[in-house]
Unconditional design. Structure first.
Length: 386
């Protein structure tokens, strides 16, 4: 009987070693994020029903109520652990290997010269997949928490490849970023301007990490657009099922993503964003990611997030929350809103231009840097509206 083993360990080599032991024993691993509070971690263990927990120093605790995994299962990756009921994505060894092979092939990984730096949390597939890619190609892997100083150390030790989220890429800085041969960027919509060595990816936990690179699917991956412009994906790296046994895939093996997008004339995928994030203002559809990419070009904008706020006249009011760039001259909120509106009018359309602006110190983000749009409306700061 194959068991699920929870790895309640800090990001580092010990977790990588324990993961190898779990795989060698024929069991499946459940990485648990230690940054979560004890109640959140307890909910994950109760929902995922592992047989044992590995803690720092190799300590093991056997748990009651364990549920086995199927032959071939490799990982159970938790999603929505902080915003709702934990949901476990079951990935098989075949899926993990397919993802690693396709990624390494697209990046042209060379075992003789390349080395991965794994710095994103291993409780998220974007972080753990770096280790799995390294193992698949027989590459060394540097493991450390993300920091600009950690990047310098990894580079000094020969790292040429890494996976980051946009927040980490910004913190890395242009010089350090340029020192990597390739940076795989995921986790959220990419900035409008990217260095030449950065590859923007699209994927999710259910797809075993990114499966579309710079708009083009990896080998073996198929992309289709369904009803309501929903992106559908199919390929050998998709999840087997959720931990509760339900399979989200439709007939023919297609996975509905919950994201909207389109395929352009060259066959490249353009992602509009989560269907649930769509703003309908005055009867017009406004995609927050598209507006954000325009707004971030303004020199006074350091970071920005866009969402809809209920409005009696427009249905939803397009609202921008902006973290000012510390190096730019201060602009009062009304003046900045006027300039941002003009940018969006020129690039997209008048109906997509923000009607409200809130200046904030920081944006609410998840552990891997995704903006938590539901928390935006609770932020306070200097504001303006038209």
């Amino acid at each position: 009987m194959r068991r699920l083993i929870a790895l309640q360990l800090p990001h580092g080599p010990e977790l990588v070693d324990e993961l190898r032991r779990v795989f060698d024993a024929g069991d499946a691993a459940l990485p648990v994020d230690l940054r979560l509070g004890e109640p959140a971690r307890r909910r994950i263990l109760e929902a995922m029903r592992p047989a044992a927990v590995v803690e720092p120093g190799g300590r093991r605790r056997t748990l009651a109520g364990a549920e086995p995994v199927e032959d071939g299962d490799a990982l159970v990756m938790v999603t929505s652990g902080t915003t709702g009921e934990p949901k476990g994505v079951v990935l098989t060894h075949e899926a993990v290997a397919a993802s690693a092979r396709a990624t390494n092939a697209r990046l042209g990984v060379d075992p003789e010269t390349d080395r991965w730096w794994a710095c994103l949390p291993f409780a998220h597939i974007g972080g753990l997949s770096v280790v799995l890619r390294a193992w698949a190609a027989g590459l060394p892997v540097e493991v450390s928490r993300f920091s600009p100083e950690g990047a310098e150390l990894a580079l000094a030790r020969g790292a040429t490849l890494t996976s980051l989220v946009p927040t980490a890429l910004r913190r890395l800085g242009p010089a350090r970023a340029a020192a990597f041969r390739r940076i795989v960027l995921g986790g959220q919509a990419p900035p409008s301007r990217l260095p030449a060595n950065v590859v923007a990816t699209y994927g999710m936990t259910e797809t075993g990490s990114g499966v579309v690179y710079d708009g083009l699917p990896l080998d073996g991956v198929e992309v289709a657009i369904g009803v309501g412009s929903e992106i559908l994906l199919r390929g050998p790296m998709l999840l087997r099922a959720y931990r509760d046994g339900t399979d989200p895939k439709r007939a023919g093996g297609w996975l509905p993503t919950g994201d909207a997008g389109r395929l352009d004339g060259s066959g490249r995928l353009q992602v509009h964003g989560r269907i649930s994030d769509l703003i309908i203002s005055g009867g017009e559809n406004v995609w927050p990611a598209a507006v954000e990419q325009v707004l971030e070009r303004h020199p006074a904008v350091g970071e920005v997030a866009v969402a809809g706020v209920p409005d009696p006249e427009w249905g939803e009011r397009v609202t921008a929350w902006v973290v000012p760039d510390p190096g730019a001259p201060d602009l009062p909120a009304p003046a900045l809103l006027a300039e941002l509106r003009e940018l969006v009018k020129e690039e997209i359309a008048g109906y997509a231009a923000p009607r409200s602006l809130v200046l904030v110190r920081s944006l609410p983000r998840s552990a891997i840097g995704k903006v938590q749009r539901a928390a935006l409306t609770g932020l306070e700061g200097a504001s303006a509206a038209v």
